[in-house]
Design a protein. Structure first.
Length: 430
């Protein structure tokens, strides 16, 4: 009897499950991915979906979250994805449903692309039946070094044109960006659907191609009459990595990128405790476990509220208790965990602080930076603290930051709206 030769891939496809059962081996990620590639779907109609966006995942080497919104139900919605230019693709099912807030309803959909390979250029599009969108780029993490754009509070008192201009110009100047961060207070009022529409419209062309790491700010928790509520819209619009909390699911989270482990904290416990107590204690316990489990070289904290209060506005002397309750609660934990960099926002002012440990300037402690403002809401005449080493030019305007990693180094730059460099600092670790 003549034996017919077959390729290794054919052999694995035919016998893979048996081999796994017997314990002889398993498919490599590339081989497993190859088995799910199918011919491209035929698109006959255009799909009318909006606010398509990528959201950061815990591991950007192998996964990515895709979200979007629609005015009508999109049953059996899927995301089709492929390596760039390929004639074969895979599908990821989307989950979603109706979300109503501010008396306005829309359908929000989420799909998680998993099993991706590091360092590859992918493309994805949305599918519902024979309707679909155009292809959008998706780049998985493949290098220990990267560049990220960081935007402080983007809340605006107009139609978010200040935010639109800043973010679009920053994206154009830094086209090698891997992902972008918004430091909380994305909108001025978390229940106002018009502001969310304006925010999403401002990042059109950016949100589809770069993953976003969003933070919760205090303004995300306001009702239309400025009372505190759960951040319903923020939680619905951004499916961030899971934190396994029953009470505060997705309000805080962590993720890796390159040699950096990021923790995005929720600093709203003072306001949220009457509604849902326990955020601070739970979050500190989680942060200690999360950071101690990481083997990344660099550890960065992202949080909306700042460590200092400036209640002495008007020129009075800096008080001894200039460190605010957020700083008092969290700074000892940061000291304990060996955090390298703490980025905050909330005060609408750019301040590069010194390294601080045990509430005192100390090169052994984390570097603290209050990142400024990316919208048009200004706080004027904020006094300087003895912790502040660099202030933005006065009177302040909007700004953004760039975080770039290289071998043994973090490089942080702050830019004015016209692209002029206003500050930079390096952190070095052998």
């Amino acid at each position: 009897m003549r034996l017919q030769s077959i390729s290794r891939r054919q052999f694995l496809k035919l016998t893979g499950s048996a081999l796994l059962t017997l314990g002889f081996g398993q498919l490599t990620p590339a081989e497993a991915a190859a088995q799910r590639w199918q011919p491209l779907h035929t698109i006959q109609n255009s799909l009318d979906s909006r606010y398509i966006r990528q959201i950061i995942t815990a591991d950007s080497r192998t996964s990515r979250t895709i979200m979007w919104q629609a005015d009508k139900p999109e049953p059996s919605a899927q995301v089709e994805y492929r390596t760039a230019g390929s004639d074969r693709s895979a599908l990821a099912a989307a989950a979603g449903g109706l979300f109503t807030d501010d008396d306005v309803s829309s359908y929000i959909y989420t799909a998680v692309l998993s099993g991706l390979l590091p360092g590859l250029r992918y493309e994805y599009r949305l599918l519902v039946g024979d309707a679909g969108t155009s292809w959008y780029p998706l780049q998985t993490e493949g290098s220990p070094f990267f560049k990220a754009l960081i935007f402080p509070d983007s809340q605006c008192s107009d139609h978010y044109e200040t935010w639109r201009t800043l973010v679009q110009n920053a994206a154009r100047r830094h086209q090698d960006t891997a992902f972008y961060i918004n430091m909380g207070d994305l909108v001025d009022n978390g229940e106002d659907h018009r502001q969310w529409q304006q925010w999403f419209s401002a990042v059109d062309g950016i949100a589809e191609q770069w993953p976003l790491a969003p933070l919760l700010g205090n303004h995300e928790t306001y009702t239309l009459d400025w009372q505190i509520r759960q951040p319903l819209a923020w939680l619905a619009y951004f499916s961030v990595p899971e934190n396994n909390s029953s009470a505060f699911s997705h309000c805080y989270y962590s993720f890796d990128y390159g040699e950096v482990h990021f923790a995005a904290l929720d600093t709203q416990w003072e306001e949220s405790d009457p509604i849902q107590p326990g955020l601070l204690a739970e979050q500190i316990s989680w942060l200690q476990r999360d950071m101690k489990a990481s083997r990344k070289k660099w550890k960065i904290i992202l949080m909306h509220k700042d460590i200092l209060n400036y209640d002495y506005w008007g020129g009075s002397r800096e008080p001894e208790d200039v460190i605010d309750p957020v700083g008092r609660a969290l700074m000892p934990v940061f000291d304990e965990l060996g955090i390298d960099l703490v980025l905050s926002a909330h005060l609408h002012t750019y301040r590069r602080r010194c390294h601080i440990k045990n509430f005192q300037p100390d090169p052994a402690g984390p570097l603290y930076i209050c990142t400024g403002v990316a919208g048009n809401v200004r706080y004027y005449d904020i006094p300087a603290s003895h912790f502040d080493e660099k202030l933005a030019p006065q009177p302040e305007t909007d700004n953004y930051l760039v975080l770039e990693t290289a071998k043994n180094r973090l490089h942080i730059q702050a830019f004015l709206p016209n692209g002029a460099l206003m500050d930079e600092v390096f952190l070095v670790k052998r």
